[in-house]
Design a binder for this molecule. Structure first.
Ligand SMILES: [Zn+2]
Length: 159
């Protein structure tokens, strides 16, 4: 069945829009805007569903991806203060998932470190909440493992 039904995604640049960035708080920055369209197609060619459009911006200061509720052309008529209500920071689902797994399982011997280290690496550069959560999970995990070591969990496991 694979290949019969697929998704076709296109990304069309739509210029720039002056915004106040909700992530890094930069004021009056000129963000690049683009429209993304997604459509299910049969056999790579035959449209199976109508195109669905989503609207996006990239902050020139922090490079984070922002989701807009309306297309840039429509928002351009408004000042940055008003636009702020229509744009939201989007954190990638993988970053969120790793951050959540890290904070849930940081205290598991070894597995905790195997989750919290990658979560911290992936989230280190973002300014979203996942950064704080991941770094906290890594810190707690290191402490937990020092406690395990002090309690001799690893040495007694091999007896
Ligand atoms: Zn920004």
């Amino acid at each position: 069945m694979a290949g019969i039904l697929g998704a076709r995604t296109t990304r069309t640049p739509t210029g720039t829009l002056v915004i106040h960035c909700p992530v890094c708080k930069a004021q009056n920055v000129s963000a690049e805007t683009y429209t993304s369209s997604e459509q299910l197609v049969l056999l790579y060619a035959i449209p199976f569903t109508p195109k669905s459009y989503t609207y996006w911006l990239t902050c020139p200061n922090c490079r984070e991806t922002l989701r807009a509720e309306f297309e840039a052309e429509y928002l351009r008529a408004y000042p940055p203060e008003d636009i702020a209500g229509f744009i939201h920071h989007r954190v990638s689902p993988i970053k969120k998932l790793l951050a959540i797994l890290a904070i849930l399982f940081f205290f598991w011997p070894l597995l905790g470190l195997l989750l919290t280290i990658p979560a911290a690496i992936v989230n280190y550069k973002t300014r979203a909440w996942t950064r704080k959560v991941s770094l906290l999970a890594l810190g707690l995990s290191v402490i937990a493992h020092l406690v395990f070591a002090a309690m001799g969990i690893f040495s007694s496991a091999g007896r």
